[in-house]
Design a protein around this ligand. Sequence first.
Ligand SMILES: [Zn+2]
Ligand SMILES: [Zn+2]
Length: 317
Amino acid sequence: MTYRIKSDIHTHTLFSRHAYSTIAENVAAARAAGLELLGSADHLSCMLFPEQHLRNFQYFINQTVWPREWDGVTLLRAAEVDIVSLEGGLFGQDIACPANITGRPFKLEKSLFERVTANLDYLVASVHDARFTEDASGAQTTGMYIRVLEQPKVLVLGHTGRSGVPFDIDEVLTVAKERHKLIEINEHSLEGDRRGTTTDACRRIAEWCAELGVGITVSSDAHVACDIGRYPNVSAMLEEIQFPPELIMNRSRNALLDALYAAGVADLRSLKRDEQPVESNPCVALASDADATGSLAAAAQRINAARDETATGTNQS
Ligand SMILES: [Zn+2]
Ligand SMILES: [Zn+2]
């Protein structure tokens, strides 16, 4: 089975500081990869700046200037927000935001999180610094992920297979299913995973999603434009376990927009388009990689080997 995945909803731009492409370059790359929809989800996190105030995050609040349709690609506005507490708190929710970007005081009291995310379509919520979970019980970390799923703007739990936070998969996935929220299977997590431990964890989560009927997103987590829409490792893994394609909620623009609505996160169904016939709308770059080598697994191996040759360090954000 070759998966046709025509959207990528977890990608980064220069704003994330350890990423290297502009939004225009990412849109062009999405178009070149045959994608119908791109979600830009830069880090909303303390890892970007020493001071946490609106001026440093104004990149998010003006994304309404982005066209919804850009060069034939539907563009969604998002952030990858840090999970920062066992209570399921997200970055910025406990940070006051007294003034706008010019320094003028706001009349209404809102948190930095509320100000920054007001114009965004959805959030991917991820743990990047797991130190606050070190002494936590399984019940606490499970409760953390459940409370994050209950947050209204959160559509996706990001890279739970690589964050290093153990949790009760069955409990978290059951809540995800009830709330129509999604679990991410992240290509970036599988790159350069020599020991295979992260891949095993991601496979286990994907198998459980298939078993329970929980929707997933397959995301590149691209930090450079040429990685947009490329999922060779995840595709090979999903093929191995015969993952049901109908549970890949970013398989098409329409499926993703329906998933956003079903989760109660955003109603953007007006952006839906007539589906193109499969034959005239070939899949993203991974399909050609697979054609060239005979299998997706071989394509993944080749890409990973090329990365290993040149890598001086792997960013796993
Ligand atoms: Zn990311
Ligand atoms: Zn991340």
